[in-house]
Design a protein around this ligand. Structure first.
Ligand code: ADP
Ligand code: 5GP
Length: 224
């Protein structure tokens, strides 16, 4: 019989960081090395970008449709960011967690703080760019936003970086593979926490010793 019985429920992992820090790139690579994760698909009222795949990168809806869903209590959390709504649909999250899967939310900071209020045991990871210069380079190279939008995202980034202390972990995304490994290590370590232990099964020590040391003829094993 196994000595330990640990909590089977998955962990809720919240990943934030300035736009362009590399959150989506890291999560895509994480999926290749960790099959026990499910990445929540958010809903947004922002315009579809050339690299978006509807119902895969986001569920795209109009502002009015989004507001209707807010009224209907569809979201675990939602926030307004850069002039658009973004929200995490509640459904599916609990099922995945109950199936022992780690659920990943890639969301901005206001939303992350709401999740922290609702689910304090969630794990909060902040992805940090190596420098502001590199962040600017990545946003420009990604080529998905106008200069105006990039300017705005850059201004928001300054505010966001000051919130890093509200998170449990920070991963600097300099070398991509290293950053992916660090995030995966956090997920693996969190599974090893002592507070996940639900029961410890140890037989009577006298009986166990007798069986192990006397009946199994340990003396002989040692002499050989
Ligand atoms: P976010 O999801 O945080 O907005 P993305 O994952 O879209 O950021 O990454 C922004 C840009 O930076 C993308 O073009 C991506 O290919 C690039 N990128 C991500 N990580 C790295 C890295 N470690 N080194 C260089 N470029 C990176
Ligand atoms: P983007 O427009 O670059 O796809 O996303 C802008 C920001 O919104 C990113 O920081 C992204 O993580 C965040 N975001 C995406 N989905 C959600 C969500 O469901 N809730 C919240 N609060 N933020 C989200």
């Amino acid at each position: 019989m196994n000595i330990l019985r640990t909590k089977e429920r998955g962990n809720l992992i919240v990943i934030s960081g300035p736009s362009g820090a590399g959150k989506d790139t890291i999560v895509e690579k994480l999926k290749e090395i960790n099959s026990n994760i499910w990445v929540s698909i958010s809903m947004t009222s922002r315009k579809i970008r050339s690299n978006d795949i509807p119902n895969e990168t986001y569920y795209f809806v109009s502002k009015e449709e989004f507001e209707e869903r807010i009224k209907n209590g569809v979201f675990l959390e939602y926030a307004e960011y850069n002039g658009n709504y973004y929200g995490t649909p509640k459904d599916k999250i609990n099922d995945e967690l109950n199936n022992g899967v780690d659920v990943i939310l890639v969301i901005e900071i206001q939303g992350a703080l709401k999740v922290k209020e609702l689910i304090p045991e969630a794990i909060f990871i902040f992805i940090m760019p190596p420098s502001m210069n590199e962040l600017r380079r990545r946003l420009v190279n990604r080529g998905t936003d106008s200069i105006d939008k990039i300017f705005n995202r850059f201004k928001i980034a300054y505010k966001e970086i000051n919130e890093v202390t509200k998170y449990n972990y920070v991963v600097v995304n300099d070398d991509l593979d290293m950053a992916v490994n660090k995030v995966n290590s956090i997920l693996v370590s969190e599974r090893c926490r002592v507070d996940r232990i639900e029961d410890i099964y140890l037989n009577n020590m006298e009986e166990e010793l007798h069986e192990l040391l006397v009946e199994k003829d340990l003396d002989n094993d040692i002499r050989e």
